[in-house]
Design a protein around this ligand. Structure first.
Ligand code: CIZ
Length: 320
């Protein structure tokens, strides 16, 4: 027997139907990060960056949250919604950058700089969030750092995002950590220059987790939420996308008249791609792979998330 592409599509459709049925029966909501596989984004109720998913997790009245993303994202949903069942379809989907700092290491750093505030990027464990003063995402890192009264800031774990913030907030002393996103740092300047040469009319937009030499070539720098907004408002017709390739699916859906290119075959996060429709169905059907954060850690981590959400919302209200 031969298995054809048509069989594949039929199988995918059967899974999509099953997910739709289970979602209704169990009163579940499916949240998917912008880096997820296209077919997983397509079954989601809400797609977005960590900030958008965190905000959606607060608003939802569903009983079950299926978080299609990586472990720290499911932790955030559970921290903000302890009464809900938060399921991570693939138990081992993690974030290497978030594993690049431990609580013990952070405490040593804090002891070295007792006069510093600690800002942690969302790509961090709940335990590191609990040890920090405030959290940030790539969408709000600059405004969060600027809002703090302390002059000295320890910024963990992503070094490149920390350096990017440092280049925008001259009035602060920012101490960065050594963590990096392996996907974003694999992309070389040469690859970007090659893509720019191939598509000279295209704008290059880049994520601040990329190295500074890559960022210097960008027409726009921002998180995935910012990139989506930028592409919509830009008159350009073609874009080179300096982030994980999953975003291109959403960009195409929202801007069918525009063209998108990835500068590198390395722009794939293996952990983000672990989630498939099969694993979403499995998690929802059996209600497995629940992510829970111990209450003591949860309450402290929630403080640093709440502080970030307050800063972002206050600034948003002021701009309106
Ligand atoms: O903030 C996030 O969700 C991350 C990790 C990347 C992005 O810009 O969406």
């Amino acid at each position: 027997m031969v298995y054809t592409e048509e069989d594949d599509l039929k199988y995918q459709q059967a899974l999509k139907d099953k997910i739709a049925h289970l979602r209704k029966e169990k009163n579940a909501v499916i949240l998917a990060h912008n880096y997820q596989r296209p077919e997983v984004q397509d079954v989601a109720d809400i797609r977005g960056d960590s900030l958008a998913l965190a905000q959606a997790a607060i608003r939802t009245d569903a009983k079950i949250i299926v978080l299609c993303g990586v472990h720290f994202m499911a932790e955030i949903a559970s921290i903000l919604n302890p009464a809900k069942k938060v399921l991570l379809p693939v138990e081992v989907a993690g974030c290497p950058a978030s594993d690049m700092i431990t609580v013990k290491e952070l405490r040593v750093k804090k002891d070295e700089h007792p006069d510093a505030s600690v800002v942690c990027y969302v790509n961090s464990s709940a335990a590191v969030k609990a040890e920090s003063d405030v959290c940030c995402t790539s969408a709000n890192a600059i405004e969060v750092v600027k809002s703090l009264s302390n002059r000295k800031i320890i910024f963990v774990p992503d070094k490149n995002l920390g350096l990017y913030v440092k280049s925008h907030v001259k009035e602060k002393e920012i101490i960065t950590w050594r963590g990096v996103c392996p996907t974003h740092v694999r992309v070389s300047l040469e690859e970007v220059l090659e893509a720019k040469e191939k598509y000279p009319d295209a704008e290059f937009i880049a994520h601040p987790e990329c190295e500074m030499k890559v960022l210097k070539k960008a027409n726009f720098i921002g998180g995935t939420g910012g990139m989506l907004k930028y592409v919509k408002s830009s008159p350009a017709k073609r874009f080179i996308i300096g982030t994980e390739r999953g975003l291109i699916h959403r960009l195409k859906m929202e801007n069918p008249e525009k063209e998108f290119f990835s500068p590198s075959r390395h722009f794939i996060c293996a952990d983000m791609k672990l989630t498939t429709l099969g694993w979403v169905t499995h998690a929802l059907e059996l209600e497995v792979h629940e992510v829970k954060v111990p209450e003591g850690v949860r309450l402290k981590a929630k403080k640093s998330l709440d502080r970030m959400l307050e800063i972002t919302e206050n600034n948003f209200a002021q701009k309106r």
